[in-house]
Design a protein around this ligand. Structure first.
Ligand code: ACO
Length: 138
């Protein structure tokens, strides 16, 4: 519930509970949350594996506004990508990010060393293009 409400506040791509439960049941090792001292959820990452190739994918990532720039997203991303490799033998991980999302693009490119693989035109429902970014897990 905490993940869903944070997602509704922070991102235009929203999912129903069935969608989240499917990911938690199928790839329980690939989702992480960050909590504050009172146990309130302040960030999450949801990951999954590709069905055909040894490739992980970041489904959604968000950190509550008042807890940003503390390194939480970077820590959660490192946790899920490490699990993708260790548990599922992932060779790389991919994600989609809006071209105008400077914070997320900065996180992926500068801190986590993802590279832009392709651009998917009009990937998002409102017509915005997505960068498809990839990281080799060597
Ligand atoms: N501007 C530029 N670079 C940034 C910014 C920003 N606003 N925020 C983070 N970064 C980069 C910096 O390089 C930063 O390192 P630094 O603080 O040492 O300079 C690095 O990312 C690490 O930042 P974190 O503190 O780990 O990131 P944070 O916990 O603040 O979370 C996030 C970043 C998840 C993008 C947050 O801003 C957020 O929740 N945004 C709204 C939701 C969103 O856009 N999610 C990603 C969508 S794409 C997807 O889900 C696959």
């Amino acid at each position: 519930m905490g993940i869903q409400s944070l997602n509704l506040i922070d991102l235009p791509e929203n999912y129903n509970m069935k969608f989240y439960l499917y990911h938690f049941v199928r790839w329980p090792q690939l989702s992480f949350v960050a909590e504050n001292n009172e146990g309130k959820l302040v960030g999450y990452v949801v990951g999954k594996m590709d069905d055909e190739e040894p490739s992980g994918h970041i489904v959604s990532l968000s950190v509550m506004r008042t807890y940003r720039r503390l390194g939480l997203a970077q820590i959660m991303m490192k946790q899920t990508t490490a699990q993708m490799k260790q548990v599922f033998g992932a060779e790389h991980v991919s994600l989609h990010v809006r071209k105008t999302n400077r914070a997320a693009y900065g996180l992926y490119k500068d801190s986590l060393k993802f590279k832009v693989d392709t651009i998917e035109k009009k990937y998002y429902a409102d017509g915005e293009d997505a960068y498809v970014m990839k990281l080799l897990l060597d």
